[in-house]
Design a protein around this ligand. Structure first.
Ligand SMILES: NC(=O)C1=CN([C@@H]2O[C@H](COP(=O)(O)OP(=O)(O)OC[C@H]3O[C@@H](n4cnc5c(N)ncnc54)[C@H](OP(=O)(O)O)[C@@H]3O)[C@@H](O)[C@H]2O)C=CC1
Ligand SMILES: O=C1O[C@H](COP(=O)(O)O)[C@@H](O)[C@H](O)[C@H]1O
Length: 487
């Protein structure tokens, strides 16, 4: 892996002065440099529409690293990294300006990765600009940031604009959750451990809960967020990707098409939510003023730039049914929201009860096993099991106990890389398995569009919840009416 990544290449970072580039992409590239995963002849070409000298660009990158990295900048790494930086001032909507990039990229045919860290509305224009400057060949790749569209129709337009110039094999759609260590570990857990592999279906599993709670609000992104809402921001991509990895059949191999074929099959089996069942299967919420860890925070409608009429949801809870053999009768409950009490991404698999209880004297009903996969923070895996309490009394006294694997304690030396480090590396390597294929994006939109339509048809409005709570009361009811509760 190291030797492949070490091949010299050009990485062209469109939108290099933007928030994502400064906060995540430039620090991640620095980390790849630190780990010696970038060849000495690799170039990083930042592109934006401002007049910036080479020195100013290098200073801007240094500022981004010192602002957003938790560690000190290492001088040696910085010397090597800064030598790779170049800048091109380009108005991305003007094809004539792309010759400035051509002057910088290596004219020898080698891999060029074009990272579009810009609004998706200009992806098409960037592709046209690259084409008109003769900057596309079969060694050229594009990395597309999310969201790809606002619904199925608009995502098809964007995908078509890109597909006019780039084959699917050259197109890398980002879902940064796929780059998280703990997401990758889902594959290890499910397909490297027969204990789980053989119990992973409706025979053994009662239901699954997926929670992606965020402490943050919308962080000054009113313009973007109010148009998107939590459904488009988190469910259409991250939660459906996690669900697909949990629910998919074993892929033939780890290669990109095998894994993505299986994920797309799950998306095809999601039972549509319509106006007839949307009220019992979904909950929308919007945070009101409240407190997070004791600190008062404003409500969504009081955020900077807010529109007091907005009906955009900041919380979504959904009961998902997967209509296939494996998951028949096993609901997946999803919930995600801004301004929850804590940042927490967790998958909880509730196994079925034992068919018969021979321990009635000590336990009237035996609690079922629970497998908790903690994706962030406190990354780890936990299994709740019943144990006999040691002792000489005549009773079989049982107690619920936990087998708890904490990643930080078990892998003490390991550094958990940021998702973007992994994804940038994979894009340089040409491995698409951690990127989202077009049919996945469109399959997810198709299902999500159905929910929006059902919300419209039933005049559903988000229910308020105080910031710092786990969503509106209706979220608890979503589970309670099935005789269950959130963990
Ligand atoms: N920020 C985040 O945390 C996340 C962002 N994303 C996605 O990443 C992408 C980038 O987001 P973000 O960095 O937040 O957005 P920003 O608006 O901060 O950055 C976008 C950059 O693109 C530049 N740009 C836009 N239009 C043009 C043009 N015609 N010519 C030249 N430059 C142009 C902007 O330049 P200028 O400064 O001059 O306007 C800006 O620097 C978006 O698709 C977003 O949805 C996805 C997940 C998280
Ligand atoms: O894509 C997005 O993800 C973040 C949450 O990501 P995480 O890695 O911090 O869990 C979310 O806050 C943001 O609104 C969304 O666009």
């Amino acid at each position: 892996m190291v030797s492949q990544a070490n091949k010299p290449c050009d990485l062209v970072l469109f939108g290099t002065k933007g928030d994502l580039a400064r906060r995540k992409l430039l620090p991640s590239l620095y980390q790849l440099e630190k780990a010696n995963l970038l060849d000495a002849n690799t170039q990083i070409i930042g592109v934006a529409r401002h007049e910036v000298t080479q020195e100013e660009y290098v200073a801007l990158v240094h500022d981004a690293l010192s602002t957003f990295m938790k560690e000190e900048i290492d001088q040696d790494t910085w010397d090597r990294f800064s030598a790779k930086l170049n800048y091109a001032k380009v108005d991305m909507s003007n094809p004539e300006e792309y010759s400035k990039i051509k002057d910088l990229v290596d004219q020898v045919k080698r891999v060029t990765v074009n990272y579009f860290s810009t609004p998706p509305s200009i992806f098409g224009a960037i592709c046209e600009g690259l084409n008109s400057a003769g900057l596309i060949n079969d060694e050229t790749r594009v990395v597309l940031e999310k969201p790809i569209g606002h619904d199925l129709a608009s995502s098809k337009v964007i995908n078509d604009q890109v597909a006019k110039y780039f084959a699917e094999e050259q197109t890398y759609r980002i879902d940064h959750y796929l780059g998280k260590e703990t997401t990758l570990n889902l594959l290890a857990l499910r397909f490297a451990n027969s204990l789980f592999a053989s119990n992973w279906d409706h025979n053994c599993i009662d239901h699954v809960q997926i929670t992606v709670g965020e402490e943050v609000g919308i962080e000054g992104r009113w313009g973007y967020f109010d148009d998107a809402g939590q459904m488009r921001d988190m469910v259409q991509n991250h939660l459906l990707q996690i669900l697909s990895l949990i629910a998919m059949n074993p892929p033939i191999s780890l290669n990109a098409s095998d894994v993505r074929d299986e994920k797309v099959r799950v998306l095809k089996c999601l039972r549509p939510i319509t106006k007839h069942n949307v009220k019992e299967k979904t909950v929308r919420g919007q945070y009101a003023a409240g407190a997070i860890k004791g600190k008062p925070v404003p409500g969504y409608l009081e955020e900077e730039g807010a529109n007091t009429q907005s009906n955009t949801e900041t919380f979504v809870g959904i009961r998902v049914d997967i209509d296939n053999w494996r998951w028949s009768g096993v609901p997946f409950y999803l919930r995600t929201g801004k301004r929850m009490p804590e940042k927490l991404t967790e998958i909880v698999i509730h196994f079925k009860n034992m068919p018969h209880n021979i321990f009635k004297d000590s336990y009237a009903t035996l609690p079922a096993n629970v497998l908790t996969i903690r994706m962030q923070p406190r990354e780890g895996v936990e299994v709740q099991v019943l144990n006999k309490v040691p002792g000489l009394d005549d009773h079989m006294t049982l107690q619920e106990t936990k087998l708890d694997l904490s990643f930080s304690e078990t892998f003490k030396e390991a550094r958990i890389a940021d998702a973007y480090e992994r994804l940038l590396l994979e894009a340089l390597l040409g491995n698409q398995s951690l990127f989202v294929r077009r049919d996945e994006v469109e399959g997810a939109w198709k299902w999500v569009d159905g929910i929006f339509k059902a919300w419209d048809e039933t005049f559903d409005k988000p229910k308020p919840y105080p910031a710092g709570t786990w969503g509106p009361e209706a979220s608890a009811f979503l589970m309670a009416k099935d005789g269950r509760e959130w963990d």
